[in-house]
Design a protein around this ligand. Structure first.
Ligand code: ARG
Length: 462
């Protein structure tokens, strides 16, 4: 098979080199975007008179039929033809002869690869955005049912303050919203057309880059051919955003793995999304969540790989860039797989109200509410902190809770200046349920504030 670039060579390419340099084994999935790009290019060539309208039409028809052939798995791929771009072009030439030989006019594989990858990344962004929205909807969807459940909030994995359970769900919704916004922002930079940058310098032919940009739905052609043909920043941005999505998924998975333990006992995962043990009959393991946590490493690794790949490359195109696709596709596939299973786990898990309630008054979750009660009665914050700290220490000694102390006991344990400020109303902030209900600030974890946020999110995601 003669190669598209064999003109100046006197020896055939070594077989080892062909196997070493091929990318068809991983870039065949660009076939659809490659054909989209080539059809737009052919149309522009005919509009500018570089080829005839008839030629453009037969190229478009042949490309469609080649696309169909690839979709059906009927194209035989070989490393001799390197990549998907040369496979499609050589099939076009086999079918159309000289007309097929005109398609690559005013274009190089360098801008073609970049155009394909940008079209692919743009679709990938839109796809992931939809999947992220489904995850957000799954969290919001269980908000009403869980609104009356008070759970501990933690810092340092130590019990801190009580919150309504959906405060957690909406915390994840916020994180994934930021990821969606980052993707939308990245999309703006993806959406500039490389096509017509050719190898690196542009072309002496009267091509119309604005027209191909328009035909492919790009917002504009990129302004510098040298820059855009060497640019893979957008893949670093894309995979870095996916790395954050992966980190957020992993945080969620880790939290629910903990909550699903006998030690916590907060959560029951759906049977269909857990697995058993080959030896221990009682086991029901959170393997899916563990894999979500584990797979985040691949996505984070991909972002790293791409950054190292582009660092120190002189402009413009270098063959190093061929490997960008491996990292990008792996990050994309991995995130898609995780986002596809997540909504069903989120919607199907059950909070174990009784277990949570039986221990919700452990751990002095109401201590901060008691301190704020004192502050409201004129006790300086630092004094209130000290006083409640002493009460907690006393309770630990007596093995009781703050709400078990009588008013007289509380008064006798606080400094003389604070004692007269405390009356029976103190019981209204003691106990986790009261402490959670006492939260009033915007964005806080009380049932009332969370209910407002839930209503907001229902509107935003409708
Ligand atoms: N398959 C290659 C890639 O994905 C295309 C190489 C094009 N350019 C070149 N000068 N060899 O990057």
């Amino acid at each position: 098979m003669s190669k598209a670039w064999s003109g100046r060579f006197s020896q055939p390419t070594d077989k080892l080199v062909e196997a070493f340099t091929e990318s068809i084994s991983f870039d065949a999935r660009l076939a659809e975007v490659d054909i989209r790009g080539s059809k737009a290019h052919a149309q522009m060539l005919s509009e500018t008179g570089l080829i005839s309208a008839d030629e453009s039409k037969s190229i478009a028809a042949a490309l469609d039929s080649i696309g169909e052939m690839i979709r059906k798995g009927e194209m035989k791929f070989s490393s001799e033809l390197e990549d998907i771009h040369l496979h499609i072009e050589s099939e076009l030439i086999r079918r159309l002869g000289d007309v097929g030989r005109k398609l690559h006019t005013g274009r190089s594989r360098n801008d073609q690869v970049s155009t394909d990858l940008k079209l692919y990344t743009r679709d990938a962004i839109d796809h992931i955005d939809q999947l992220l929205e489904a995850v957000q909807k799954a969290f919001v969807g269980r908000g009403d049912a869980d609104l009356d459940i008070i759970v501990p909030g933690y810092t340092h994995l130590q019990r801190a303050q009580p919150v309504a359970a959906p405060h957690y769900w909406l915390a994840y919704v916020e994180k994934f919203q930021r990821d969606r916004e980052r993707l939308a922002d990245c999309r703006k930079r993806v959406n500039l057309s490389p096509l017509g940058a050719a190898a690196l310098a542009g072309s002496s032919l009267p091509i119309n880059r604005h027209r191909t940009a328009e035909l492919l739905g790009f917002s504009a052609p990129a302004a510098n051919s040298l820059d855009v043909s060497s640019d893979r920043d957008y893949l670093v941005e894309f995979t870095s955003t996916l790395a954050l999505v992966a980190a957020h998924l992993s945080t969620w998975a880790e939290e629910w793995i903990l909550w699903n333990t006998t030690e916590f006992g907060f959560l029951r995962l759906p049977d269909a999304f857990t697995t058993g043990s080959s030896i221990m009959p009682q086991k029901k393991n959170p393997d899916v969540l563990e894999l979500i946590r584990g797979k985040s490493s691949r996505v984070i690794g991909a972002a790293q790989t791409l950054l190292v790949l582009i660092k120190g490359l002189p402009m413009a195109y270098n063959r190093d860039l061929q490997d960008d696709k491996r990292a990008m596709f792996d990050a994309y596939d991995t995130i898609v797989a995780c986002l596809e299973v997540a909504p069903q786990i989120i919607a199907g898990a059950e909070l174990r109200r009784d277990v949570i309630a039986s221990r919700i008054d452990d751990g002095f979750l109401d201590a901060t509410a008691l301190m704020e009660y004192l502050i409201k009665r004129g006790v300086p914050m630092r004094t209130g902190h000290e006083v409640v700290g002493k009460l907690v220490a006393e309770c630990e000694q007596r093995k009781c809770r703050l709400k078990d102390l009588t008013l007289a006991e509380i008064r006798s344990l606080v400094p003389a200046t604070a004692a007269p400020l405390i009356d029976e109303s103190v019981s209204s902030v003691l106990g986790s349920a009261n402490a959670a209900a006492a939260l009033v600030s915007y964005g806080s974890g009380s049932r009332e504030r969370v209910k407002e946020q839930l209503a907001e999110w229902k509107k935003r995601l409708a």
